[in-house]
Design a binder for this molecule. Structure first.
Ligand code: NCD
Length: 302
C-alpha cells in the first residue's frame, strides 16, 4: 500500500491492520511524553484547499507524535490565490522532498490526480463529495472500541448522503469489515447511484432507529448545495434530526456518532450531542491514533 485514496482499495486484512496499529499507538497518547522517533527525518505536507478544524490538526499532531517534520500549507495566503494549479503546487512540494502529502480539496478525484504527480505517499483527507478514508477508519475504530466488534453491527448513516464523502467511505469500509449499513435520508439527498451501493436505503428514520447499534449523523453540506433540497430547517430536523425522544427509542447500548462539525439544533439536538452515548469527542481523540497508524504504515516501512 503506497497511498490511501479510497477505503474501497483496502482489503479486510489491511483495514484490520490499520485499526490494530492505531490501538497500539493509542497507548503513546496516554504517556506524559507523547512522542515516538519512528518518522524522524521524514517530511509530511498538509495541503488543505478546503476549511478544516479536526482533520488538519489531527494529521499535524499525528505526524508530530511520530517525530516527522510537518509543513502546513493552506490555499488561502499561498500562491494558489495567484492562480497556481494543483499540479504546479504539488511539483513545488515534491522538489522540497515531501515523503507524504495529505490533501483536502473541493474537487472529487483531486487526491488520485495528485498521486500521479508526486513520488511520495498521498493521503486523501477529503476530496469533494467523493471520499474521506481516514474519517471512515476512525469511525470504525470508535465503533469497535465502544461495541467490541464490527462484524454484524447494524449501522445507520443519516442525512445528506448526496454530498457526503464520509458516507461513501464508511459504506465501503464497513461492508468490507462485515457490518450492515442502512442509509437514511430524504430522496432528494440520496445519490441516483445509491441502489448500486452495498447497503440498504430507507426514508424513515423512526423505523430504522430501534434496530440500530450505531447511528451516524451527517451535517447538511450547505456549502455544496446550489439548489433547495428540503423545505426548511425545521422540516429537515423533524424528519432526519436526532433528539432526546428519538435517542430513547434506540437500543440501550447503541451509540450516536458524528464526524463534526455538528450543527446543533439541525441534525442533532444539544441534548444528544452532550449525552454520554454520543461519541463525537472520542472520535476526535481516536482520529489522532488512527492517523498515526496510517502515516506509520505508509511512511514508516523499510
Ligand atoms: C467532514 C468533512 O469534511 O467531510 N468533516 C470532517 O472531516 N470531520 C464532514 C463535514 O464537513 O460535515
Amino acid at each position: 500500500m503506497r497511498h490511501l485514496l479510497s477505503t474501497g482499495d483496502l482489503t479486510r486484512d489491511e483495514a484490520v491492520l490499520i485499526l490494530d496499529t492505531a490501538a497500539e499507538l493509542a497507548r503513546v497518547g496516554d504517556r506524559s511524553v507523547k512522542k515516538l522517533p519512528t518518522l524522524r527525518g521524514r517530511t509530511v505536507v498538509n495541503l488543505f484547499y478546503e476549511d478544516s478544524t479536526r482533520t488538519r490538526t489531527s494529521f499535524e499532531l499525528a505526524a508530530k507524535r511520530l517525530s516527522a517534520d510537518v509543513v502546513n500549507f493552506s490555499a488561502k495566503g499561498s500562491s494558489v490565490s495567484k492562480g497556481e494549479s494543483l499540479k504546479d503546487t504539488a511539483l513545488t512540494l515534491q522538489a522540497m522532498g515531501a515523503d507524504g502529502v495529505v490533501i483536502r480539496h473541493s474537487a472529487s478525484g483531486a487526491a488520485h490526480r495528485l498521486a500521479n504527480w508526486v513520488d511520495g505517499s498521498v493521503l486523501n483527507a477529503g476530496d469533494g463529495t467523493h471520499e474521506h478514508p481516514t474519517q471512515a477508519l476512525l469511525d470504525a475504530y470508535t465503533m469497535r472500541a465502544r461495541l467490541g466488534r464490527l462484524e454484524g453491527l447494524r449501522v445507520a448513516i443519516v442525512g445528506d448522503i448526496l454530498h457526503s464523502r464520509v458516507a461513501r467511505s464508511n459504506v465501503l469500509l464497513l461492508t468490507t469489515l462485515g457490518a450492515h449499513v442502512t442509509l437514511v435520508a430524504p430522496p432528494t439527498l440520496l445519490p441516483v447511484s445509491v441502489r448500486t451501493w452495498p447497503c440498504e436505503v430507507s426514508y424513515d428514520l423512526d423505523e430504522v432507529l430501534p434496530k440500530a447499534d450505531v447511528v451516524m449523523m451527517l451535517r447538511v453540506q450547505a456549502e455544496r448545495m446550489h439548489a433547495s433540497f428540503f423545505p426548511s430547517v425545521r422540516e429537515y430536523s423533524r424528519g432526519y434530526g436526532i433528539d432526546g425522544a428519538r435517542l430513547s427509542r434506540m437500543p440501550e447500548d447503541a451509540i450516536v456518532m458524528h464526524p463534526g462539525p455538528m450543527v446543533r439544533g439541525m441534525e442533532i439536538s444539544a441534548e444528544v450531542a452532550d449525552s454520554p452515548r454520543c461519541t463525537v469527542v472520542e472520535q476526535v481523540a481516536n482520529g489522532v491514533s488512527l492517523r498515526m497508524a496510517v502515516l506509520y504504515l505508509l511512511l514508516g516501512g523499510s
